[in-house]
Design a protein around this ligand. Sequence first.
Ligand SMILES: *Cc1c(COP(=O)(O)O)cnc(C)c1O
Length: 397
Amino acid sequence: MNHDHSRPHPETRAVHPHVIEPVGSRPIGVPIHQGHIFAFDGADAMADAFAGPRSAFFYGRFANPTVRSLEEAVADLEGGTAALATGSGMGAINAVLMGLLRSGDHVIAQSCLYGGTYALLAGLAERWGVEVTHVSGNDPEEVRAALRPQTRLLYLETIANPTTQVADLPALIAVARDADVTAVVDNTFAPVLCRPFEHGADIVIHSATKYMGGHADILGGVAVFADDVKYQQVWKHSIELGAAPDPFAAWLTLRGFATLPLRIARQTRTALDLAHRLEAHPAVTHVAHPGLASHPQYELAQRLLPDGAGGVLSFDVQGGREAGRTFTDSVELLSLAASLGDVSTLVMHPASTSHRQLDAEALAAAGIGEGTVRIAVGLEHPDDLWADIDQALAKTA
Ligand SMILES: *Cc1c(COP(=O)(O)O)cnc(C)c1O
C-alpha cells in the first residue's frame, strides 16, 4: 500500500484523535472526562503534578476534572473547604477512618449505625487495635464519660436507619471539640436539610448512592472536610486505598445533584404526610419519623432539621414479624428493595434483611421491632402511595 510520508500511518493516527476543546464557547454542564491520564508539555510540569491533590491532573486515581467538579459541588453544599469523592459511601467511610486512625486510638460511635459502618468499626477493633465505645447519640454526658486520652474520633449519623433517631449533633460535637476529638457525621439521610459543619463537625460523609445520585444508577461516596490538613491526610490514604470513583459515575451523581434540593424537599413532605396517615391507621401500632410530635427527638429535629426531617419513615404493624412480612409481600406500587433516596418508593423489612444478624435482644436495643417496616419515599404522588400502603395494610389484618 502506498503511504503518504507527510502523515503518520493509520494505526498511529487511530490512537491520536484530535481532542476538541471548545473555543469561543463553553459547555454549561460538566463534561465527562472519562480518560484517566493527562499529558504534559514538559518534564517540570509533569513533575509538579505529583505534588498533591490540587496540582495538575495526571492520573485518575489521584484526581479527575469531572470528579473534582462533584467534589466542589458537595463541598459547597456542606460549606466545607474541600471534598473527596469515592467509588461508594463505604469507600469514603474507610478512607476517613483508616486515613485518620492508628492502632491504640479510641473511637466513640453511635450504637445505631449503618450496618457497613458498624461492621467496619468492629473489624478495626478486632484486627487493627482500634478501641470503640458505642453511645446512644442523644446524651452528651455519655460521650463525656466515654472520653479517654486516646480518643481521636466521634462518629455520628444525622438520622439513623431505620429508627429515624436524630443525633444531638450540637451537644455531642461540643463535647468532642472540648476534648480535641475529630467529629465525623454521616449525613447521607439529610443532605440539604442539615449542614453538620454549622454544628461543629470536622468531617461530613455522604453515601452519594442514595439521595445525591438519586436515581439508583450509581454507587458513590463523598467526604467533606472543614480543615485542609485532614483533607490532605485522608486524600493520601484514599489514593493508596484505591477508592476513586469512575468519572461516569461522578458525572451521573452531578446530574442527580442538580435536582437534589427539589427531590428531598418533596420526599420529606410526602414522608411526613404518609407518617401522619399511618399514625391514624388502626393496624399500625407505632410510626417513626422525626417530623411527628410523637417522635422522641421531635424538639431536636425542629431545631436541627427545620426544613424537614427526611424521606425515610418506619412503622410497626399489629401482628409483629408475620404482619410486617405480609405487608412487604403485599405492596404493588412500592418496590421491595434495599437502599433509599431513589425517585421511586422503596420498602423493606429490616429484621429479616438489613438487620438479620441482630438477635431479638440486639434488635430491641437498636430500637427495631420484629415487625418494623421501613419506607424510603420517592417522588410518586402521595395519594397513590397511600392507596398502595392502605391496601397492603388491609392484608395484614
Ligand atoms: C448506604 C449507606 C452507606 C454506605 O454507602 P454505599 O454507597 O452503599 O457504600 C453509609 N451510610 C449510610 C447512612 C448509608 O445509608
